[in-house]
Design a protein around this ligand. Structure first.
Ligand code: NAD
Length: 497
């Protein structure tokens, strides 16, 4: 197994790869305006945690402490729910056109401060600045714009019925798209007239806490959104609070299952957006170069910390060697390193724990007999990094073909017929997403009908839009976020006839 070099000073890439262009470092220089410490945002104000406990948010880029974050306990979570319950009657009775104004304001304020938030997201989470700048921030704003548009049209979502808010909603989100997951959750909840208690992931709380200042600038009434920080115990307190009318959770399947068990019989509504092990399927008539770009984007976007990542490549046997050699060439040109550098393609792994998990699963792939490829790569001296990795000669029983790695690791399997591709693609506990690459429209339709996945991309991958519902089957969860379907998960339906 190739072990990537860690160098204090970059080695000239020509020495490694021959006559390749080298880029100068291009670090993003905008300030992130991260406070030295943050309290809890409850009832429109910053409050100290009753626990008097804090923890540090560490940058995976260089392992430096970024900020001291309040650790909320059960009493703090209770205060957040009380504030949300107090805000609910007035907020839910506001005309939709008035609620829409707040959502529009939030969207515009996010746009105004997009660069600052992008830098903060990259420092805290490790994703390349070009992704937080060009994907996370514009998409987060787009979700608020989209749902602002729905707020005064809720009576037209489903014919003959009106949508009524549920009450106080508890939301728990993961670390891979911290601000975007927050936007996915908050925008539909607010548009439908609910109030919220939300908990970001413990390794990536900063953009959620900075977002509180956007809520203040937008003049959102106190208590409509409350932000509590902490780890699993805080999340459990959010989930189990008696005032919660609904829980919306995005995270791992293991935690999702425990939440489902805890809520059984309570009458609370629940949506779960969980893990995935998506098949990206390439047929022999596909446009190969575009498919190679789609495969690279499908697995290396956000270091593979993507629930819908195309982590299992299924390639038709007749073109497998060709695709493999093109992928290897393309992987050599990926730049792995400082996420704050504007040229970086693959940034830092979010935490040491996640890095350890990736190492463990990659070692299992080697031990089980798959063939590993990693391009020669200079990794920064400090921080959490893992090189883009590809496994060929993978069989369906290998752990790397079954378990969600949530890292920049692609497993390649082959197939001969569409039926074999469908059988292999569906041979997983998960069912979140899939990709199909082919020239034949009829084959796209057949595959998308028979693949058990919430999203099927055709001749593209990792494309998102607020109007397009996203969610899973099987152990990838239930409920949808985005589109009209996402609104329905935040509302009661009342017949008008
Ligand atoms: P995780 O389940 O460990 O944590 C997610 C959140 O739940 C965090 O805020 C965490 O503090 C909290 N939490 C932990 N234990 C809890 C408990 N017992 N009760 C309540 N809350 C608890 O997941 P993660 O490692 O942060 O995120 C990665 C996972 O999220 C991956 O499996 C990924 O596929 C999934 N994910 C899914 C989607 C989707 O839309 N389906 C999107 C993004 C991420």
């Amino acid at each position: 197994m190739h072990s990537p070099k860690r160098t204090a000073r970059p080695v000239a890439r020509e020495l490694l790869f021959g006559n390749l262009w080298e880029y100068d470092a291009a670090p993003e220089s905008s300030p992130a305006f991260i406070d030295a410490s943050y309290g809890l945002f409850i009832g429109g104000k910053w409050v100290a945690p009753k626990t008097r406990k804090t923890f540090y948010s560490i940058s995976p880029r260089n392992e430096e402490k970024l900020s001291e974050i309040a650790l909320a306990g059960a009493a703090d979570v209770d205060a957040a729910y009380q504030a949300a319950a107090k805000a609910f009657p007035a907020w839910s009775k506001l005309p939709g056109s008035e609620r829409a104004k707040y959502l529009f304001r939030i969207a515009r304020l996010l746009q105004d401060r997009a660069r600052e938030f992008a830098v903060a997201e990259t420092l805290d989470g490790g994703k390349p600045i070009k992704e937080s700048r060009d994907f996370d921030l514009p998409m987060a704003a787009a979700h608020f714009f989209y749902h602002a548009g729905w707020a005064d049209k809720l009576n037209y979502v489903t014919p003959g019925r009106v949508l009524e808010p549920l009450g106080v909603v508890g939301q728990v989100i993961p670390w891979n798209f911290p601000l975007l997951m927050l936007a996915w959750k908050l925008a539909p909840a607010l548009a439908t007239g609910n109030t919220v208690v939300i908990k970001p992931a413990e390794t990536t709380s900063i953009t959620a806490l900075k977002f509180a200042s956007i809520l203040q600038d937008a003049g959102l009434p106190p208590g409509v959104i409350n932000i509590v920080t902490g780890a699993g115990d805080t999340g459990a307190a959010v989930v189990n609070h008696p005032l919660a009318a609904k829980i919306a959770f995005t995270g791992s399947t293991a935690v999702g299952k425990s939440i489902q068990r805890a809520l059984a019989g309570t009458g609370k509504r629940l949506t779960l957006e969980l893990g995935g092990k998506a098949a990206n399927i390439v047929f022999e008539d596909a446009p190969i170069d575009q498919a190679v770009e789609g495969i690279i984007n499908g697995i290396f976007f956000n270091q593979g910390h993507v629930c819908c990542a195309g982590s299992r490549l299924l390639v038709q046997e007749s073109i497998a060697n060709q695709v493999l050699s093109k992928l290897k060439i393309r992987m050599k040109s990926l730049r792995t390193g400082d996420p704050l550098d504007k040229n970086t393609d693959v940034g830092a792994i979010n935490s040491r724990a996640q890095l350890d998990r990736i190492h463990e699963l990659v070692a299992s792939g080697v031990a089980e007999g798959a063939e590993l490829y990693q391009p020669v790569c200079e990794l920064p001296h400090k921080g959490f990094y893992f090189p883009p990795t590809l496994f060929s000669k993978v069989s369906q029983s290998h752990r790397i073909a079954r378990d969600e790695i949530f890292g920049p690791v692609l497993s390649i399997l082959t197939f001969r017929t569409p039926e074999e591709a469908i059988e292999k693609a569906n041979n997983t506990h998960y069912g979140l997403s899939a990709g199909v690459w082919t020239d034949k429209g009829s084959l796209i339709l057949k595959m998308s009908n028979e693949l058990k996945a919430g999203v099927v991309w055709a001749n593209s991958y990792n494309k998102f839009d607020p109007s397009s519902p996203f969610g899973g089957y099987k152990e990838s969860g239930f409920g949808r976020e985005g589109g009209k379907q996402g609104l329905l998960d935040y509302a009661k339906l009342k017949a008008t006839f």
